[in-house]
Design a protein around this ligand. Structure first.
Ligand SMILES: *Cc1c(COP(=O)(O)O)cnc(C)c1O
Length: 242
């Protein structure tokens, strides 16, 4: 697992180089380690190397990992699709939800977020290129959803998230990130105090940083290829990434 220490250093170096190249404030981009389907030992190795933000896609799998890594200084992010019958677990076990795309889910999370915990940090997932069948609210509906979330107790609206279709050419990679950034700026101009743009993964984090990302969600570059199945039984109950 010591590869993970080396890969973590490499990913951190990519982030710092991109910050410098695109005129971003040093250390303004936070690395979210996407650990879905990775064994607990991999998360442990990343934790021991200093990583503190972890992103999981499946609630059941996350529960096992959280039990194995109970350290209070870990920040857990849900980055998989969230169904309305699973909101209670999500509201109880995570610090951040990156995939909120419906007001119904927002209302349930607000009701179910325990009083004993800090407000739940929320990013709205946007289907930025309006791809058919893709999760996320459409760009034209974001304003209304932001209004809804901002008025709910127990939730703290932080920003926007997108998972654009993969592209290899850096110009094509930047286009959807630029659109998300424009939407983010528009919402801020209308008075929403947003501070988070969650965009960019292993293959396109530089393009995302160029366009203003401040959380990049990185799996493969950090942990290597994902095993096909989660480390033990448990059928994923949330959709896989695109
Ligand atoms: C899996 C996943 C990632 C990480 O993807 P990599 O290409 O492995 O870095 C990022 N975001 C979401 C929402 C994911 O599901």
């Amino acid at each position: 697992m010591s590869d993970i220490t080396a890969r973590l250093a490499e990913v951190e170096a990519r982030i710092r180089r991109a910050e410098a190249e695109y005129g971003r404030t040093p250390h303004s981009v936070r690395l979210l380690a996407v650990s879905k389907r990775q064994p607990i030992a991999a998360l442990r190795a990343a934790y021991d190397a200093g990583q503190r933000d972890f992103g999981e896609n499946y609630l059941q799998e996350a529960e096992r990992k959280q039990a194995a890594l109970p350290e209070a200084n870990i920040t857990w992010h849900l980055i998989g699709a969230l169904q309305s019958n699973k909101t209670r677990e999500a509201a109880t076990r995570f610090h951040w939800i990156h995939t909120l795309d419906r007001s119904k889910i927002a209302r349930r999370l607000a009701e179910q977020r325990p009083e004993s915990l800090e407000p739940l940090n929320i990013c709205l997932q946007v289907n930025i290129s309006a791809e058919p069948q893709k999760a996320g609210c459409l760009p034209e509906a974001v304003h209304e959803l932001a209004d809804c979330v901002a008025q709910l107790p127990r939730l703290r609206l932080r920003g926007l998230m997108a998972l654009p279709a993969p592209a290899t050419d850096p110009v094509a990679q930047r286009r959807p990130f630029a659109l998300l950034r424009e939407l983010f700026d528009e919402l801020r101009r209308s008075g929403f105090p947003l501070d988070t743009l969650s965009m960019g993964m292993s293959a396109d984090l530089e393009a995302a940083i160029a366009e203003g990302a401040n959380i990049v969600r990185v799996g493969t570059a950090l942990f290597g290829p994902r095993p096909n199945h989660p480390p033990s039984q448990g059928t994923p109950q949330t959709q896989e990434e695109a």
